[in-house]
Design a protein around this ligand. Structure first.
Ligand SMILES: [Zn+2]
Length: 793
C-alpha cells in the first residue's frame, strides 16, 4: 500500500495527506520527501490523546493493564450533610454505603468521602500499580490512619489522576484508602465568566487500577519534547531540521502493540537529545510552585484543603525526584497546614531541611500592595518572617508576588528592613498598554532603598516545562546584555496543584539540549545571589511598579476596603494605648499580645491579592465582611479597656459630669469635632443630635500622642454655621472657612474658600458631579478588569 511504503509504518494519515504524499512521490522505490506541513500535521496526530487515529498512535500504548471490577476495587461512600467540611477523624466514624464507578454527587461545595478497598490482580505480580481516579473535581487521598498522601485533580485541565499504590506488587496484596472528594474544580464551580454555579454535580468517571507501559511513557515524553522544539524554535535551523527528521522517524518505526518499535523510537530520540549546547547558552533555573490563591473563586475554607492536596502531591514527587525543588510562599498557608494537617506539616518540615521544599516570600500572604497601609505591609513581613524563623529556623531573603496587581513604591524600604534583598514577579508582563522595559534590575523605593528584582521572561508562574517556555526566556528578556540567567516558575496554579511527574520528566530531558537554554532545578534565592555577584552593572527603576491590567481595583468592593482601613487604624490604637496602659498600670493591665497577633493575621489575610482588590466571588466577601465586623468589635473593646487605664478610669467610674477627656493617638497635634454620649445631668452641649442621642464638642490643639480635657459648657470660639435661602431659591451654607451654594435642584454651584478668598467652582459650572461610565470587562466577571476606553469616554 502506498501509504505504508512512503512512511514504512502502519501509522495512518487522513485522506488529504495521502493524496499529497502520493503526488509528491518521485520514485516508487525511494521514500519521498514529505512536505513540511504534512509532516508537522502527522506528528501532532501521533501523540494526540483526542485524535480520531488515537488507537493507532502512541497515547493508546501508555497503559498496559486496566481493571475496574468489584473483584479488584470496591467503593463505599459517605456524603457530608449541609456543605460541611469535616476532618478525617470525624468522617471515618460515619456509615459508608456501597457505590460504583459512574456514581454522581453534588451540589457545589459539598464533600463526599470514599472508602476504597483494593486487591491486586494475580497476574500483576512485580508490577508498579496505580489507582486512576477522575471525578472531574478535587480530592485528597488519606491512609487509613489519617495521613494525607496525595491530591487528585479530575477533568482534562491541570489533571492529576494517578496515585501509585505500589512499586512492586506482591501476591494477594490488599490496600485500603480514604478519599475526600470536594464538589468543586481547581477553579471553583464557575461556568461561563467564572460565575459560581451552586448546583454543579460531579460523576466518578474513572476508578480503575492500571499498570503503565513505562517505555511508551518514556517515548511519549521524548517525542513531545522534540515535537514542541520543532514548533517553537526559530525556523530553518540545522537543529530544527534534525528534530523534524527524528520525530518523523519515530513515527515511521512505530507499530501499535509492539514494544520493540517503541525501543527503536527511544533510540532515535536519545540520539537527537544527546547533542548538548555550548557554554555560552542562556541558563534557566526552574523552580516548581503551585500558586494557591488564598481565596478567589473559592472560600478560605476550601484553600485549607487545597494546601493539603497540593503540598502532599509535591512531597510525594520529591520522594521520586530527589533533585526536584519546590518554592512556596504565603505563610498563612503554612499555618493552615500546621493547624489542620500536622502530620503533613512535619513531612514538609523534613523536606525544608533537605532543601527541596523552599519557603519563600516572607509575607503572611501574597497581598495586594496598593491599598494596605505601610504599617500593614510591615506586619505582613513581621508575621511571616517570625513564623519562618520559629518553624524553619531562618528568615527568607526573597519577596515573592507573582500575581499581585502592582507594587507600591514604599516596598523596597520595607523589604530591606525585613531582611529581604530580592524581589520576584512576572505580573508586569500582563501589561496591555506599555511593555515594561526591564527584566533583571534594581528596584529603588521612594527613599532610595533598593532590592534586586527579576521579572520572569517566561511571562507566567504556571509553566509546564516545554521548549517554547525556555525559548521565551530569551525572546522576552530585556537584559540579556547584562546577565545570562532567568527564572522559570512551573507547575499548575491559581487553584493550587503544582508540578506533575510529566513536567519533571521533561525537566530532566531538557537539562542541556542543543538549540535551547540549559535548565535545572534550583533555589530562587541562590539564583539572585549569583546575579548579584556575576552580572554586569544592572539598570535601576525607581518608584511604583504599576501593573497596567487589572483596573477598578481601588473601587470594587468598597466596603471591604473601608473595613480594612478601619481595622488597620483600630489595631494601631489598641497597640499604642495598650503599651501606655502597661506602663501606667503594670500589675492591673495585661497587654493583649496574643490577641493582637491573631487580629493582625486576620487583617493581613484579608489583604490577599484577590480579596482586598475586589476580584473574588461573593462567598469570599461574606466571610471577609463578617471577620472585619467581629474584629472591629473586639478591637473597640480592647481600645476602651486600654484607654480607661491610660486615663485612670476604673470600671465603676463614669465620665466627669462637666468634662470630656480626649486622647490623640496620632503623632501630630490635632483639632477635631468629638462625638460624646449624652447622659442624664450633662450640661448643655454646643451641638446636639437627637437622632444619635449624642453631643459634639470641639477638641482643639490636642498634642501629639497626648491628652486634654475640656469642659462641656465652655465657650467655643467659632463662627456659628448659618443656612439661608436666597430670593432665587438657592441655599447658602456658611461657616468660618467656607461658603457653599446649592441651587434649588441640589447642584453645587459655588464653593468659596473664605480664608483664601478663592472661588473653586467656575461660573456657570457645577461641582461634585457624579459621572457614570459603562464598565465593559474583558474578563473575570467584570470585577477587576475594565477596558481603558470605558474609563476615558
Ligand atoms: Zn493569584
Amino acid at each position: 500500500m502506498m501509504l505504508r511504503d512512503c512512511y514504512r509504518s502502519t501509522f495512518p494519515l487522513p485522506l488529504s495527506t495521502l493524496v499529497s504524499v502520493k503526488m509528491a512521490q518521485p520514485n516508487e522505490r525511494i521514500p519521498p520527501r514529505v512536505p513540511r506541513n504534512i509532516a508537522l500535521s502527522r506528528l501532532n496526530i501521533f501523540s494526540s490523546p483526542d485524535s480520531e487515529w488515537r488507537e493507532l498512535g502512541l497515547t493508546a500504548q501508555l497503559w498496559r493493564h486496566r481493571v475496574d471490577s468489584d473483584e479488584f476495587i470496591r467503593l463505599e461512600s459517605f456524603s457530608v450533610p449541609d456543605l460541611k467540611r469535616i476532618p478525617f477523624e470525624q468522617a471515618v466514624l460515619n456509615k459508608f454505603t456501597p457505590v460504583k464507578k459512574g456514581w454522581s454527587f453534588g451540589p457545589s461545595w459539598s464533600t463526599h468521602w470514599f472508602h476504597v478497598h483494593i486487591i491486586i490482580p494475580s497476574g500483576w505480580i512485580g508490577e508498579e500499580v496505580q489507582l486512576q481516579w477522575d471525578a472531574n473535581c478535587e480530592g485528597l487521598i488519606f491512609s487509613t490512619d489519617g495521613e494525607p498522601l496525595q491530591g487528585l485533580t479530575g477533568g482534562n485541565s491541570q489533571a492529576r489522576h494517578e496515585f501509585t499504590i505500589t512499586h512492586l506488587a506482591l501476591p494477594g496484596q490488599k490496600f485500603e484508602y480514604y478519599i475526600e472528594m470536594a464538589a468543586n474544580g481547581m477553579f471553583g464551580v464557575g461556568g461561563t465568566g467564572m460565575v459560581p454555579d451552586p448546583n454543579r454535580r460531579f460523576t466518578l468517571q474513572t476508578a480503575d487500577l492500571v499498570v503503565a507501559n513505562k517505555k511508551a511513557w518514556a517515548l511519549y515524553h521524548d517525542f513531545e519534547l522534540i515535537r514542541n522544539f520543532i514548533f517553537n524554535t526559530p525556523e530553518n535551523t540545522q537543529r530544527q531540521h534534525e528534530a523534524l527528521y527524528a520525530a518523523n522517524e519515530i513515527v515511521n518505526v512505530f507499530k501499535p502493540g509492539d514494544d520493540k518499535s517503541i525501543e527503536k523510537g527511544l533510540r532515535i530520540a536519545a540520539e537527537w537529545l544527546s547533542k548538548t549546547g555550548g557554554e555560552g547558552q542562556h541558563h534557566i533555573i526552574a523552580i516548581g510552585n503551585c500558586h494557591i490563591d488564598t481565596a478567589w473563586l473559592w472560600p478560605f475554607a476550601e484553600t485549607k484543603r487545597k494546601v493539603a492536596r497540593s503540598w502532599s502531591s509535591q512531597v510525594r514527587l520529591m520522594e521520586r525526584y530527589p533533585e526536584y525543588k519546590f518554592a512556596c510562599s504565603q505563610v498563612q498557608q503554612y499555618e493552615f497546614l500546621l493547624e489542620n494537617y500536622p502530620v503533613l506539616f512535619e513531612k514538609v518540615k523534613e523536606r525544608v531541611r533537605s532543601g527541596q521544599f523552599i519557603p519563600i516570600g516572607g509575607s503572611w500572604v501574597e497581598s495586594d500592595t496598593n491599598m494596605p497601609s505601610g504599617e500593614a505591609l510591615i506586619r505582613q513581613m513581621l508575621l511571616g518572617q517570625r513564623f519562618y524563623e520559629k518553624h524553619f529556623g531562618k528568615r527568607v531573603k526573597t519577596y515573592w508576588l507573582p500575581d499581585s496587581f502592582g507594587y507600591s513604591g514604599q516596598l523596597p524600604q520595607i523589604l530591606k528592613a525585613s531582611g529581604i534583598d530580592y524581589f520576584f514577579t512576572q505580573k508586569l508582563s500582563w501589561n496591555n498598554i506599555n511593555r515594561f522595559p526591564l527584566t533583571t534590575f534594581y528596584w529603588r523605593g521612594i527613599d532610595g532603598s533598593k532590592v534586586l528584582a527579576h521579572l520572569s521572561p517566561a511571562n507566567t508562574y504556571c509553566a509546564d516545562v516545554r521548549p517554547h517556555e525556555l525559548q521565551a526566556c530569551i525572546n522576552n528578556n530585556n537584559d540579556l546584555d547584562y546577565t545570562n540567567e532567568s527564572l522559570l516558575l512551573f507547575g499548575y496554579g491559581d487553584g493550587g496543584g503544582g508540578p506533575n511527574a510529566e513536567m519533571l520528566e521533561r525537566l530532566e530531558r531538557l537539562r542541556n539540549v542543543d538549540g535551547l537554554p540549559t535548565v535545572k532545578s534550583g533555589d530562587p534565592t541562590e539564583f539572585f545571589e549569583r546575579i548579584e555577584k556575576y552580572s554586569k552593572p544592572l539598570s535601576s527603576y525607581r518608584g511604583e511598579l504599576y501593573a497596567e491590567f487589572h483596573r477598578g481595583t481601588y473601587t470594587t468592593q468598597a466596603l471591604v476596603k473601608r473595613g480594612n482601613r478601619k481595622n488597620e487604624l483600630l489595631l494601631r490604637d489598641v497597640e499604642l494605648l495598650g503599651t501606655l496602659a502597661s506602663q501606667r498600670d503594670p500589675k492591673g493591665y495585661c497587654y493583649p499580645k496574643k490577641q493582637l497577633e491573631r487580629m493582625w493575621k486576620i487583617v493581613c489575610l484579608n489583604q490577599f491579592h484577590d480579596c482586598l482588590p475586589g476580584s473574588s466571588i461573593g462567598m469570599v466577601y461574606e466571610d471577609i465582611h463578617k471577620s472585619q465586623r467581629e474584629l472591629a468589635a473586639e478591637a473597640f473593646s480592647l481600645r476602651h479597656e486600654a484607654l480607661g487605664k491610660v486615663l485612670g478610669l476604673t470600671g465603676t467610674q463614669s465620665l466627669d459630669e462637666k468634662r470630656v477627656v480626649v486622647f490623640n493617638t496620632l503623632a501630630w497635634d490635632r483639632t477635631e469635632i468629638i462625638k460624646v454620649p449624652v447622659e442624664d445631668g450633662m450640661p448643655q452641649l454646643q451641638q446636639y443630635s437627637a437622632v444619635e442621642n449624642a453631643g459634639y464638642v470641639l477638641a482643639d490643639n490636642v498634642s501629639a500622642l497626648g491628652q486634654t480635657s475640656y469642659m462641656f459648657d465652655r465657650k467655643i470660639d467659632v463662627e456659628p454655621v448659618t443656612v439661608e435661602t436666597t430670593h432665587k431659591g438657592d441655599f447658602v451654607l456658611r461657616n468660618q472657612y467656607l461658603e457653599v451654594i446649592f441651587d434649588n435642584k441640589g447642584h453645587l454651584i459655588s464653593l468659596f474658600d473664605r480664608a483664601q478668598g478663592r472661588e473653586l467652582v467656575p461660573e456657570g459650572r457645577r461641582g461634585n458631579v457624579f459621572q457614570l461610565y459603562e464598565d465593559i470587562p474583558t474578563g473575570w466577571d467584570g470585577n477587576c478588569k475594565i477596558i481603558p476606553q470605558s474609563i476615558v469616554s
